[in-house]
Design a protein around this ligand. Structure first.
Ligand SMILES: *[C@@H]1O[C@H](CO)[C@@H](O)[C@H](O)[C@H]1NC(C)=O
Ligand SMILES: *[C@@H]1O[C@H](CO)[C@@H](O)[C@H](O)[C@H]1NC(C)=O
Ligand SMILES: *[C@@H]1O[C@H](CO)[C@@H](O)[C@H](O)[C@H]1NC(C)=O
Ligand SMILES: *[C@@H]1O[C@H](CO)[C@@H](O)[C@H](O)[C@H]1NC(C)=O
Ligand SMILES: *[C@@H]1O[C@H](CO)[C@@H](O)[C@H](O)[C@H]1NC(C)=O
Ligand SMILES: *[C@@H]1O[C@H](CO)[C@@H](O)[C@H](O)[C@H]1NC(C)=O
Ligand SMILES: *[C@@H]1O[C@H](CO)[C@@H](O)[C@H](O)[C@H]1NC(C)=O
Length: 572
């Protein structure tokens, strides 16, 4: 393409240019040259020729029409300026969009995919310059400038690989403030594991940020600073929202593997809690590159657990795996099941948290934040796990849930043996079976209340109008029973027991009497490994008709559930 000569009739070209104003498209009959520009339909962006500083070098570029000083967001001929300030963007035969210099050489031309007899180039309101067939009104572009970012990421642009086009889209800094040729800094999206953006100088990684949600703009300055701009609708302007790297702790991998950086400490590098320097001598000499190791080695076979680290920058995700649908507890389980999984976290901390991110191998490039950081759960040997959980300001020890339930059952059985006959309403006493089975129902309620730490009465969930039984049933049906378990009882080591308890609880509250187990089988069910029948829909599961038939005993059960919990916790 380069060196192709095209004869020009400058005078006739000029006349075409003069009549055209406020158009957003270059066509066969409309080019742009000199001080003529094209403007996007809504007037946000303008494309034309510009020079920088005192230089004569002229470039074809796109800038914000309404922002001054002129802020260039994209440059076509970054590396090959027009040296005598004259050029034209036009369509040459056989249907090629080209930037042509004054001696008729094509110095830049977009590589269109597919061919067309009649291409046009249109500057869209988003700032995207697109090449398409003149007759094509769809969004089918033969080429678009958004696939070839310079130093600015506009809303709607994506970084990373486009597998269809075989492109790797990244930001590259300008060489200097008056030379838009690619400089030494790049900002690119690393798709290994969970995608993250990395600022590099040549092949050296400097700074890592999470994946960007592109409703804002990013500019990579010529001196290697990523500026995050955000659009303010009310004032109709961009404001500088964040820049990075900002401090010492932003330096990639500064504190080595398993290390953590905190700008308020001196020196800033430390080991994560329960980790120690790999080499104390080196660490003492401020050589942090070898990082830290766990002070107690993991023992995957005999059981590890996880310790919560709050407000940390997520470690490098290059050796991670993620699933957007998993809950935090499912996430914990899948991490525990794989001995090489070192940590996990919620992918999206909005709305209570969802999604799962797992790390395999080293934890690299972590830093402490004073606020606004996610929680990360790091794998620890079980001896490092402290079983203290804050509850109402008090500390209490976790009782394995089955034990609590068995004790509750015992109390209930005793209760029904010694005091219930006289206590129950005559209506229930008529039918012996019904009375026993309604106690089974109460046990079910009690079990679910203990496991969930919530009362059935007055149970409220923002997502539906079910009571606790309905809620438990719903989670069970979705295969998410683990979500029911009370935070203070939550302990992965007892998850099978907990799931079993919920299952048994649901069997006890079945709608039909025949589906409820007998008293004696409840104890067996909780204890042994026999497969339980699938629970069907429970009785009385909406908030309105809560437990009408067994109201007396269930009321009793609700209170005792609470008492039992309290008794057990203070007994330890
Ligand atoms: C136009 O471009 C060609 C090829 O790059 C170059 O040889 C020629 O000097 C340029 N003409 C001017 C006036 O810059
Ligand atoms: C067009 O493709 C060629 C070969 O792949 C490449 O050298 C050239 O830089 C591309 N031009 C543009 C404007 O992307
Ligand atoms: C574009 O449409 C016009 C009118 O519909 C038609 O005459 C022309 O041949 C079409 N051009 C191409 C390249 O398909
Ligand atoms: C710790 O590092 C120092 C200096 O690199 C080295 O001489 C020493 O052998 C290392 N110690 C251990 C235990 O690896
Ligand atoms: C980080 O900690 C883990 C667990 O102790 C250890 O296996 C790994 O080797 C550590 N990384 C380095 C570089 O010391
Ligand atoms: C995630 O959940 C959504 C909606 O619940 C579903 O459409 C999608 O298929 C799920 N994705 C995976 C990978 O399971
Ligand atoms: C653990 O996870 C890694 C990384 O996803 C995978 O390669 C490995 O096969 C898994 N191991 C087991 C036992 O599932």
């Amino acid at each position: 393409m380069e060196g192709l000569k095209i004869p020009f009739l400058f005078s006739s070209l000029f006349s075409i240019l003069v009549v055209s104003n406020a158009v957003d498209t270059i066509t066969k009959t409309h080019s742009t040259a000199g001080s003529n520009t094209i403007v996007s339909s809504g007037g946000s962006f303008e494309m034309g020729f510009f020079s920088l500083g005192n230089s004569q070098n002229t470039y074809l570029g796109i800038w914000y029409k309404k922002i001054s000083p002129k802020t260039v967001v994209w440059v076509a001929n970054r590396e090959i300026p027009l040296i005598d300030s004259w050029g034209v963007l036009t369509i040459i035969n056989p249907g090629i969009i080209a930037l042509v210099n004054s001696t008729g050489s094509v110095i830049w031309s977009p590589n269109v995919t597919g061919s067309t007899q009649d291409p046009v180039a249109q500057l869209m309101e988003s700032g995207n310059l697109v090449v398409k067939d003149a007759n094509d009104t769809s969004e089918h572009f033969l080429w678009q400038s958004f696939d070839y970012p310079c130093n600015t990421l506009l809303p709607g642009m994506k970084l990373g690989k486009s597998f269809v086009m075989g492109l790797e889209r990244h930001l590259s800094s300008w060489k200097s403030s008056d030379d838009p040729a690619p400089g030494e800094f790049t900002n690119w999206c690393d798709p290994q594991g969970y995608p993250q953006n990395i600022l590099s100088r040549g092949s050296v990684d400097l700074f890592r940020t999470g994946p960007w949600n592109v409703v804002s703009g990013f500019v990579l300055s010529h001196d290697g600073v990523v500026e995050h701009w955000t659009w303010i609708d009310r004032t109709q302007e961009w404001i500088l929202y964040l820049t990075g790297p900002t401090d010492n702790c932003d330096k990639y991998k500064l504190c080595g593997p398993n290390g953590s950086c905190n700008v308020r400490n001196l020196p800033s590098c430390g080991c994560l809690s329960k980790f120690v320097p790999r080499n104390q001598t080196e660490w003492g000499n401020r050589d942090w590159s070898n990082g830290c190791v766990r002070r107690t080695t993991l023992d995957c076979k005999s059981g590890d657990g996880f310790l919560k680290y709050s407000q940390y920058k997520m470690p490098d995700t290059r050796s991670s795996w993620f699933d957007k649908n998993m809950t935090l507890r499912e996430c914990e389980m899948s991490c525990l099941e794989n001995c090489s999984c070192m940590a996990y976290t919620n992918l999206d901390i909005r709305g209570g948290g969802n999604g799962c991110l797992l790390w395999f191998g080293e934890l690299i490039d972590m830093r402490e934040y004073s606020e606004d950081g996610p929680d990360i759960y790091i794998r620890m040997a079980s001896s490092e796990l402290v079983q203290q959980v804050g509850l109402n300001g008090k500390k209490r020890k976790i009782v394995p849930v089955t034990l609590a339930i068995l004790i509750a059952l015992l109390l209930l059985v005793l209760h029904s043996m010694f005091c219930c006959n006289g206590y129950m309403s005559p209506k229930y006493a008529i039918d012996g079976l019904f009375s026993v089975k309604s106690d089974v129902f109460s046990i079910g309620v009690l079990v679910l209340e203990i496991v969930s730490g919530k009362k059935n009465r007055g149970f409220y969930h923002p997502g539906h109008s079910l009571n606790l039984l309905g809620h438990a049933w719903r989670l069970y049906e979705e295969g998410k029973s683990l979500e029911l378990i009370d935070e203070t009882l939550w302990d992965l080591r007892y998850q099978t027991e907990m799931l079993r308890s919920i299952h048994v609880g649901l069997l006890c509250v079945q709608e039909s009497l025949e589906d409820r187990p007998s008293m004696s089988s409840i104890v067996l069910m909780l204890g042994n490994e026999a497969t339980l029948p699938r629970a069907k829909q429970p009785g009385f599961f909406t908030a309105r008709n809560v437990l009408q038939p067994s109201s007396s005993s269930s009321k009793e059960a609700t209170t005792s559930a609470n008492e039992i919990t309290i008794t057990l916790s203070s007994a330890r």
